[in-house]
Design a protein around this ligand. Structure first.
Ligand SMILES: N[C@@H](CCC(=O)N[C@@H](CS)C(=O)NCC(=O)O)C(=O)O
Length: 452
């Protein structure tokens, strides 16, 4: 039996999971393989919602009928079920760095990634990829209809669901989502500058190494593909800029996506030389012997990306942990109760808490400009995964020492070693797409919510 992936081509997290599944399958490490199924509105209503309780994509149905989301849970599930050709290194520093980059890519780069898509779709923009964007959404909304009808379905949806013609005066849907994550007229160019800085660092790194950790992909690469595939590579305006200004990074996108990329090394074509008799002799095409760097090394060219995490995202995560802890301890929340589960928009039922000066909002800074955004408990769940990786990587003195030495290179980096303690008052429990608090009891043990 095969896995079933329910996805959209234009979806951020679908690109991450699809490339991961392709990689495992290509290496014979995914059992009976997988079927990639377009998550049409009919399937979302009639299948995904009843089975998993959520209409978000991507979702994976395992051969035994288990439904899994989000993208990180999907990868964790498959890695546990299919340990061959792992994507998370066992060595301490590389393991932690791959989770850290996944978090940066999933939950920080999502802001400028979504911004690029929707800014260049707004009325009156030049250049504009509004038509392209309508077409790609229409491919989901009106699958099977003729081209013009598909585009019209996308255009209609942008108006009814997102109010695109009033995006600046009465933001709704995705436009409200951007505001919730701290994007407004004062901060938007700072977010874009953050993205350009990251793209420049990646362009430089992938000039030396085929993947984040060396010559084979890891969780860090699949994480980075989330912003880089659908939004920054496929969307027309951002995609033109990516191919024009970041050609090496564009090549990495094709290599990591693993399809339609003949000269992206290792996929589709082989690299040969001629020997003295004129016969073809194969030669390796992949950097670093096709392996993660030896000795648990992190390439020097990757360190600036880790520095961006500590400089830009870590202060927001620190503050999120404090604000969430205060909220969980407050009278507004019942221990073990539900918390907002979504990243990109406020969660229904929590709007008042997550907008304006609500209890689940906080000040933040991007590129020296102050803004306000909602707190996203899902990011705390991702921090717990990172904390688990840190704990596993600190199991003996040598590993702990290696981790401490690596993090000492970054301002605030050593706080990563105390992450578990920072999470103390704001631990969350995930059930499908829903999050609940896990309140500490007076004796320090954890008290889980109902159903745990
Ligand atoms: N954190 C999730 C995010 C899933 C997600 O936000 N999916 C978006 C599309 S990329 C979606 O389905 N949004 C619609 C919704 O939440 O109902 C993951 O890692 O998979």
């Amino acid at each position: 039996m095969a896995y079933r992936l329910f996805s959209w081509e234009h979806s951020y997290f679908s690109g991450k999971v699809r490339a991961y599944l392709r990689y495992k399958h290509r290496n014979g490490a995914l059992g009976g393989g997988y079927e990639d199924i377009l998550a049409t509105p009919e399937l979302i209503q009639g299948l995904l919602l009843p089975r998993s309780g959520s209409g978000a994509v991507p979702q994976l149905e395992a051969p035994d009928g288990t439904w899994i989301q989000d993208s990180s849970d999907i990868i964790d599930f498959c890695e546990a079920a299919h340990p061959a050709t792992p994507v998370v290194p066992a060595s301490p520093v590389q393991r932690v760095v791959s989770y850290l980059i996944e978090l940066l890519a999933d939950e920080w780069m999502v802001v400028p990634g979504f911004w690029e898509r929707w800014y260049f779709s707004e009325d009156g923009r030049s250049p504009s990829h509004r038509g392209f964007n309508e077409q790609q959404w229409g491919a989901v909304l009106a699958a099977g209809a003729p081209g013009a009808a598909r585009r019209a379905a996308g255009a209609g949806f942008f108006e009814t669901a997102f109010g695109i013609s009033e995006s600046r005066t009465r933001p709704r849907g995705v436009f409200a989502g951007l505001v919730s994550l701290g994007v407004d007229e004062r901060t938007e160019r700072a977010w874009q500058a953050s993205q350009h800085r990251i793209l420049g660092l990646l362009e430089s790194h992938f000039g030396h190494h085929d993947y984040a950790l060396g010559g084979r992909p890891s969780l860090a690469d699949f994480g980075l593909l989330a912003p880089l595939y659908a939004h920054l590579y496929r969307d027309a305006v951002a995609g033109f800029a990516l191919r024009t200004h970041f050609p090496v990074l564009s090549e990495w996108v094709e290599r990591t996506n693993g399809e339609g990329a003949l000269n992206a090394r290792t996929h589709g074509q082989k690299l040969y030389s001629l020997d003295e008799r004129g016969d073809l002799v194969g030669r390796p095409a992949t950097s670093d012997g096709g392996e993660w760097l030896p000795g648990d090394a992190i390439a020097e060219s990757l360190e600036p990306l880790v520095a961006v995490f500590f400089e830009e995202m870590w202060p927001v995560l620190r503050s999120s942990m404090r604000v969430l802890s205060d909220f969980i301890a407050s009278e507004d929340h019942e221990a073990g109760g539900e918390l907002p589960g979504k990243t990109f928009t406020t969660t229904p039922g929590f709007e008042a808490l997550q907008t304006d000066d609500g209890a689940l909002t906080h000040d933040f800074e991007i590129g020296g400009i102050r803004g306000r955004r909602m707190v996203v408990p899902y990011q705390v769940w991702m921090l717990q995964r990172l904390a688990d990786a840190v704990a596993r990587s600190s199991a003996d003195d040598a590993s702990h020492g290696a981790l401490a030495a690596f993090f000492s290179k970054f301002e605030g980096g050593s706080e990563m070693l105390g992450l578990n303690a920072l999470l103390e008052g704001c631990r969350v429990r995930k059930e499908g797409a829903r999050l609940y608090s896990v309140a500490p009891t007076p004796d320090g043990a954890k008290r889980a919510g109902p159903g745990a």
